[in-house]
Design a protein. Structure first.
Length: 212
C-alpha cells in the first residue's frame, strides 16, 4: 500500500488545501451563520460524502490510466496546477465578496435537504476535483500495484482531515457570529491569504511529482 512517508506528505498537502476557504468551507460558514451548529455539521457531512464520490471517480476512472502513462499523469498535473493558480488569483481578486455570507437569511431547512445541499457543493467543488485529479496520483506507488486502492486510502485521509477542519470552521462561525459581523474585513483577509496559499500550492504541484 502507500508508504508512510508519502501518506504523511499527502496529509500535509491536503491540510494546506483544506484550510483555505473554498466553496465548501464558505457554504459551511454560510449555513452556520444562518442556521447554527447543527446545520453546519450536517453540511460538513454532506460535503465529505460528495468529496469521497470524487475520490471514487478519480480512483476508478483515472487510476489505471495514470498507472500506465507518464504523459497522462504530466498533463493532468500541469492542468491541475494551472487551475489551482487560477483559483488562487480569483480568490485574491474577489476576497471582498466573502462578506456575502452574512447575507444568508433563508428560512430553516430540514436535515436531509441540508445534507443534500452539502453533498452537491462537495461533489461540484472545482478545487477538490482538481486536487484529486492532479495531486492524488503523485502519491501512489505504481510498483506496489492496486493503484485505485491506494487512491481510495489517500482520499480517506483527505476526507478525515476535511471533516475535522470544516467542522471547526462551522463551529467557530456558529459561535462567533457577532464577532464576524462587527468586522467582515476579517473574512476578506482570510480570503486574500487563502488565494496566495492556493497559488503557492499550484506552483508546488507543477514543480513536484514523479517523473519516471
Amino acid at each position: 500500500m502507500v508508504p508512510a512517508d508519502r501518506l504523511l506528505a499527502f496529509a500535509a498537502m491536503s491540510f494546506v488545501l483544506i484550510v483555505i476557504p473554498g466553496p465548501s468551507v464558505l457554504f459551511v460558514i454560510g449555513r452556520a451563520l444562518a442556521h447554527g451548529r447543527r446545520a453546519a455539521l450536517t453540511t460538513v457531512l454532506g460535503n465529505t460524502l460528495g468529496a469521497y464520490v470524487l475520490v471514487l471517480a478519480v480512483a476508478l476512472g483515472i487510476g489505471a490510466v495514470v498507472e500506465r502513462s507518464v504523459v497522462v499523469f504530466t498533463v493532468l498535473k500541469l492542468a491541475g496546477a494551472a487551475y489551482l493558480v487560477y483559483l488562487g488569483v480569483k480568490a485574491w481578486r474577489r476576497r471582498g465578496s466573502l462578506r456575502a455570507v452574512f447575507a444568508a437569511d433563508d428560512a430553516g431547512r430540514g436535515s436531509l435537504r441540508t445534507l443534500w445541499e452539502g453533498f452537491a457543493v462537495g461533489v461540484a467543488n472545482p478545487k477538490t476535483i482538481v486536487f484529486f485529479a492532479a495531486v492524488l496520483p503523485q502519491f501512489v506507488e505504481p510498483g506496489r500495484g492496486h493503484v485505485p486502492a491506494q487512491m481510495l486510502l489517500l482520499g480517506l485521509v483527505f476526507n478525515v482531515i476535511a471533516i475535522a477542519s470544516d467542522s471547526i470552521w462551522g463551529l467557530v462561525a456558529a459561535t462567533a457570529r457577532d464577532w464576524f459581523a462587527r468586522s467582515p474585513r476579517r473574512l476578506s483577509l482570510v480570503g486574500g491569504i487563502g488565494g496566495l496559499a492556493m497559488i503557492g500550492l499550484g506552483v508546488t504541484v507543477a514543480a513536484t511529482g514523479r517523473r519516471d
